[in-house]
Ligand binder design. Sequence first.
Ligand SMILES: Nc1nc2c(c(=O)[nH]1)N[C@H]1C(S)=C(S)[C@@H](COP(=O)(O)OP(=O)(O)OC[C@H]3O[C@@H](n4cnc5c(=O)[nH]c(N)nc54)[C@H](O)[C@@H]3O)O[C@H]1N2
Ligand SMILES: Nc1nc2c(c(=O)[nH]1)N[C@H]1C(S)=C(S)[C@@H](COP(=O)(O)OP(=O)(O)OC[C@H]3O[C@@H](n4cnc5c(=O)[nH]c(N)nc54)[C@H](O)[C@@H]3O)O[C@H]1N2
Ligand code: SF4
Ligand SMILES: [Mo]
Length: 722
Amino acid sequence: MGRTTPNHQIEGGSKGAKVGNPDIEVRHTICSICNPGSHCGIDAYVKDGVIIKVEGTKSHPHSAGTLCPKGAASRQYIYHKDRLKTPLLRTGEQGSGRFEPISWDEAMDRIGETLNRIKEESGPETVAFYVGYSKWMRPFVKRLAHSFGSPNYCTESSTCHTATVVASELTYGGFGDPEIGKTRCLLVWSKNPFYSNPSAIRRLLDARERGMKIIEVGPLITPLTAHADIHLRIRPGTSGALAHGMANVIIEEELFDMDFVENWTLGFEEYRAYVQQFSPEETEKVTGVSSRLIREAARLYATTKPAALMTSASPTVHHTNGVQNHRALIALVGLTGNFDREGGNVVSPDTYLYMSAGVGSRQYEYEQSRPWSEMAPRMAQDKYPIWSGMIAEAQAMHLPFQIQNPEPYPIRGLVAFGMNYRMWPGSDFMLQSLKKLDFMVNVDLFMTDTCKVADIVLPACTSFERSELKFYPEKYVMWTTPVIKPLGESRSDADIIFDLAKRIAPDDPLMQQGYEANVDWILEPTGIRLEELKGHPKGMMLKDVPKIRYKKYEERGFPTPSGKMEFASTILKEEDLDPLPTFRESRLSLVSTPELCSDYPLILTTGARLPMFIHSRTFRLPWTKRLRPEPMLDINPRDAKERNLSQGDEVLLSTPRNSVRVKANITEMVPPGVINIFHGYSEPEVNRLIDPDYLDPISGFPGFKSLICQVEKAMRTGERHK
Ligand SMILES: Nc1nc2c(c(=O)[nH]1)N[C@H]1C(S)=C(S)[C@@H](COP(=O)(O)OP(=O)(O)OC[C@H]3O[C@@H](n4cnc5c(=O)[nH]c(N)nc54)[C@H](O)[C@@H]3O)O[C@H]1N2
Ligand SMILES: Nc1nc2c(c(=O)[nH]1)N[C@H]1C(S)=C(S)[C@@H](COP(=O)(O)OP(=O)(O)OC[C@H]3O[C@@H](n4cnc5c(=O)[nH]c(N)nc54)[C@H](O)[C@@H]3O)O[C@H]1N2
Ligand code: SF4
Ligand SMILES: [Mo]
């Protein structure tokens, strides 16, 4: 297949190599359009200060020269006409899009003065700080919020990843990634890395060629399905039941790791008793997966050693029962003795920004510049005590409620970096709430609909125009240097943050020293200095990284209250919640709300990733847009036939809350009875279909992936309006 294994011998210090044409220089950076798990190495061909071509950096140990459709369209992203070029002050009504350019000094002075005034009048907690999907600036925004005195730093991670962290903390005190190169069986539970994490695919397919077995769980057919030995096509929202069905087989047939269970777990007998009701036949009724496949998958996973579980940041926790569902499936890892074992799920603490490179940094210490005890309680801290106890942020899903119902204190000001109000369930409610703020700043690359409600909009630049620190699991580190100057007057988010710090966090001496001094402070335990990194613009391999150790729990126990892996959670019990990973139906489902079935007979799952789009961002780019020019929902041929639909027909997609118009894509990719629609479209705005309080009570995560709906051919007249 011609996949390349990356060359780990990276020459450092090769700065801006010249190519054949002496006017063109090849400079190195990273693409950060998508998630931190990718951030592919980029060779930017620069002529007269303009990028004329991009390629993947072949010697980059993580991405090995590969780029996905989004990264390949980088030039269209960087040079897009909607890029913000100057700071803007709103002069028209909120949403009108009328702004006038102002200078950086004026913008920053106004922001500083207004935030300090709100702090004086109502307390620092009444200013919230927010970061959207971009993650690179988070440590600095978080410290800024805390140094200002506000506990209300929140992020897009209130819908992403952190609920899986809560599930893992409750069960193991932390979790581990699959050791793909060494595992012999990979249980991929609702992840489509071909689309969502392309840089991981090379390793996965290499392992497959060496004989690794693959079990895929998820309702949709994905490119991985073609490589899977078994595909368990569950009804959305029933992961918990399926996991218990597999546990039932593993326990009944004594395929579990008795030694681990006996010595290192709490609550096994209760768990064993509980999963007895999930015989494969009963589980088939709940999940829609045949009892034969449940048995086969359970046996394959439990008897192929070592086996590893690959989970995702969101599809298993985007349910009103998400945390418990996720606990149920990760319990299989301990049950089969694959926790922190070679080729299993190996625990390795994060180095920096969600990436583990085998060394430690001071990121978390850096972010918490003020202890919680010296700040007001976070918004919704009491509503989500478990999530708040484990995640050092405020739950952003509560932001619109806190704005609308200002108890015990209002939110008056908001400083946002890359906010997209459409990612909230009940996005219209979020938009209305933003309009009630006294003052809002949004920093973005583009003039988005969220920017349009802000009082001041600041132009940020892309990863090609800034410097950032990036660690990779291949024990590789980069400090990027800008390959072109920031467009117009746009600036790096970091420059904006440290400029703001001068005005609103004057008492934080470290922040007064500027961006690079702060990065050096974070890096201290790694022994690397920025000065050294600057000499390696292509990045460098880390030296003296300690060898991976397995079964670390044998030395110090599990970091849970009992010191063991907890099938029955001590913390959940203390909070009067089900200690076992109990399976419950989603709040809206054909089973839990049968009275709604005749009007809404279909299951709705939103947000399965598409390879060319990332959330709300890449629709603008001609290359990526051409791959799916119009928004569509996916519907199975059987359901389409029942509705007399043809490919491309306009339909009305309705939930009990709302309806939207969209075109139909008829495909076997979705099973009968399930409708799938991408979440990042501005029109139709899918999240209007979902109630803003359709949330998991433990994590506050939205139930984006199990709802009920109806699809009808759109009528020219007589549409149903709700
Ligand atoms: N191209 C691209 N890449 C992305 C993103 C993007 O927008 N575009 N977003 C990034 C982000 S923020 C995230 S969180 C990740 C997500 O990354 P992934 O989790 O890999 O992506 P998804 O496509 O959301 O979900 C994967 C699979 O979950 C299954 N699934 C859907 N509903 C359910 C359900 O109810 N239960 C279970 N058990 N499975 C279900 C479907 O079969 C689907 O194929 O992707 C990241 N990467
Ligand atoms: N229905 C439904 N809703 C969902 C999901 C789902 O599956 N279904 N998924 C949820 C998940 S998992 C996630 S992660 C969220 C997505 O989270 P969002 O935050 O909505 O993601 P994006 O649209 O990628 O980014 C938001 C903004 O950040 C801007 N931006 C990009 N780079 C930078 C930068 O470097 N600096 C600054 N200042 N701004 C930048 C972009 O231009 C964009 O306007 O959506 C959630 N919402
Ligand atoms: S996978 Fe694509 S979007 Fe993500 S970093 Fe790589 S090239 Fe960029
Ligand atoms: Mo996400």
